[in-house]
Design a protein around this ligand. Structure first.
Ligand code: CO
Length: 134
């Protein structure tokens, strides 16, 4: 069911300094920041040969990553996104297997304009999983 790793998302307290560190210290190509108010984040993409890393900074009062940053003030890994071919088939399979799909179970349009789902981290060894249909 799982395909490629689409991205790993890291929450950072300061996107400008994280961008600088990835670009200048680690020597990676980093996109310009994109504000995604509907997701409560501002994001940059670190482009790597085999995948990408998303650096996320909270945007707005109700950002879904604000609590994460409260618990992890210096930032940390937030989720791993795997590609799937059919997100509804993946969801139905996971629900039958007893996994919890966050947010009511219906895919919504993610940061890349494609349907995504998130799976409860407690069902997958402490890591939040995003599935993206490609
Ligand atoms: Co993601």
């Amino acid at each position: 069911m799982l395909g490629r790793v689409n991205h790993v998302a890291l929450v950072v307290p300061d996107l400008a300094s994280a961008t600088e560190a990835y670009r200048d210290t680690l020597g990676a190509t980093v996109s310009l920041p994109q504000a995604l108010p509907e997701h409560g984040v501002t994001v940059v993409f670190v482009e790597l040969p085999n995948t990408k890393i998303e650096l996320l900074e909270p945007l707005g009062e109700d950002s879904p990553i604000a609590a994460f940053l409260d618990k992890n003030p210096s930032g940390g890994m937030h989720h791993v996104c795997y590609e799937v071919g059919d997100i509804f088939a993946a969801r139905d399979h996971l629900v039958r297997a007893g996994a919890r799909v966050l947010g009511g179970g219906d895919p919504r349009i993610g940061a890349h304009g494609k349907p995504v789902l998130f799976l409860h981290p407690k069902d997958f060894f402490g890591t939040l999983i995003e599935l993206e249909q490609v």
